[in-house]
Design a binder for this molecule. Structure first.
Ligand code: NDP
Length: 448
């Protein structure tokens, strides 16, 4: 056992040395490795085949210049990334993030997580992630278009419907995917499923917009069922007010819950009578305004500056759907004290490792992001399937498949947790179930 632990520690040390300063990447690798000690112990062949050393090193990392001109003619230069992490079980697949905080450590953390998440969906998708430190906030549509076109000018050399299929993420929604797809078509003359999250008029899938938020709630519903509970009558806090948050709110409400708080990167809104989703959609999806504008229309709601304080709001279920490390140990303790019974991560790695520990120690049902938010990429996989067939499935058909996939992910995480001696620990379960499939594929494909 000591030898196996040493193996994991040795590889983790190498990761830290070889990728200095990439703290989010270190955090993601150590979280996964923590769970894998059980697997490595049972399967010594993985160490002999150097699976861990190989899986932490991306197959390919592309960093590129993205020059673009603003509306006044001034030239700006941003940095673009595409990290193609693993193609063991399918073409690379993972979103593109436009946010000023983006640097290689964030893209690598997201790409690494994506390997296991995609594996959990049961679909043929490898792991990748991309993005830029470009800030879309306050930019005009033509500026966004010129940036997206410039980004695609380089990205197009590295992607393809059977090699690497990017999607959206923070700062990249339908508008940005549309501009990137247009440029892809112009450069390659190919009309194919090279990007997912496309508009419904040109190869997008019904229910893709809703998928991550809905999927997170479907996953949480399974966790609640195991506690003989449901969403009906529950008070819910959803952080963020972007794509994931909005549709998590929608599905939770449909299942009888009341969402009392939402946020953006400046602050949060609270209304004990419930947050009106139509107003949030209008503000965020149509007008692209700040969440604080909400209180102008809803007098019973209160706005508080500082987004991460949203966890002080009392709730039965917490759905962190904004960004990484937005819920720390203190916030986790507050949630526990306030009687919260379940937490499902809509965002990627929103809970710090210390917060996760608090949840697990207090027997709070905890759904880690790579399982709970896998509905987005799963539906992207369904979009790829439709594009390949040149077919369009109905909303109900896609939603039904998504729901079943989330149930399956829950089952495999739960079973793996039990099989490896940590029943109820879905963090271990998701990491183990996601990893073993990829590791087996790597073994079967030889040293490549
Ligand atoms: P959006 O850009 O649509 O929304 C992001 C939301 O989070 C906004 O409300 C934003 O506020 C807030 N936010 C972003 N950065 C920060 C920050 N540093 N501090 C506080 N709040 C912040 O993104 P998505 O909803 O698509 O993504 C949200 C999370 O879900 C991300 O972690 C993403 O990786 C993950 N995810 C998304 C999937 C998808 O299908 N979209 C799939 C799987 C995971 P503001 O408007 O002020 O920036």
């Amino acid at each position: 056992m000591a030898g196996k632990t040493n193996y994991i520690e040795r590889v983790l040390e190498t990761v830290k040395k070889r990728n200095p300063g990439e703290t989010e990447f270190h955090q993601a690798v150590s979280e996964v490795f923590e769970s894998l000690k059980f697997v490595i112990e049972k399967n010594p062949e993985f160490e002999q085949a150097a699976i861990l050393e190989r899986i932490v090193e991306p197959e390919r990392q592309i960093i590129f210049r993205v020059p673009w001109q603003d509306d006044k003619g001034k030239i700006h230069v941003n940095r673009g990334f595409r990290i193609q992490f693993s193609s063991a079980i399918g073409p690379y697949k993972g979103g593109i993030r436009f946010h000023p905080s983006v640097y290689i450590g964030i893209i690598k953390f997201l790409g690494f997580e994506q390997i296991f998440k995609n594996s959990l969906t049961g679909l043929m998708m490898g792991g990748a992630k991309g993005g830029s430190d470009f800030d879309p906030k306050g930019k005009s549509d033509p500026e966004i278009m010129r940036f997206c076109q410039s980004f695609m000018n380089e990205l197009c050399r590295h992607i393809g419907a059977d090699t690497d299929v990017p999607a959206g993420d923070i700062g990249v929604g339908g508008r940005e995917i549309g501009y990137m797809f247009g440029q892809w078509k112009k450069l390659t003359s190919l009309f194919n499923g090279v990007l997912t999250g496309k508009g419904l008029d040109f190869g997008g899938s019904l229910a893709r917009t809703e998928a991550t938020g809905y999927g997170c709630v479907y996953f949480c519903e399974e966790m609640l069922k195991d506690k003989k509970e449901s969403f009906n009558g529950k008070t819910v806090v959803v952080s963020g007010s972007g794509n994931v948050a909005i549709y998590a709110h929608e599905k939770a409400t449909e299942l009888g819950a009341k969402v009392v708080a939402m946020s953006d990167s400046n602050g949060y809104i609270y209304d004990k009578h419930g947050i009106d989703l139509d107003t949030v959609k209008q503000l965020k999806e149509v007008e692209r305004k700040r969440i604080k504008e909400y209180v102008k229309e809803h007098k019973s709601a209160k706005y508080t500056e500082g987004s991460f304080d949203i966890w002080n709001v009392e709730c039965d279920v917490a759905l962190p759907c904004a960004t990484q490390n937005e819920l720390d140990e203190k916030a986790a303790k507050t949630l526990v004290k306030n009687g919260c019974i379940a937490v499902a991560e809509g965002a990627n790695m929103p809970c710090t490792p210390e917060a996760v520990k608090v949840f697990l120690e207090n027997k709070i049902a905890f759904g880690p992001g790579k399982a709970a938010n896998a509905g987005g990429v799963a539906t992207s996989g369904l979009e790829m399937a439709q594009d390949s067939q040149r077919l369009v499935w109905s909303f109900e058909e896609v939603d039904k498949k998504l729901h079943q996939i989330m149930i399956n992910i829950y089952k495999s995480a739960k079973e793996a947790a039990k099989e490896y001696g940590t029943p109820g620990n879905l963090v271990n379960g998701a990491n183990i179930a996601g990893f073993t499939k990829v590791a087996r594929a790597m073994m079967a494909q030889g040293l490549v």
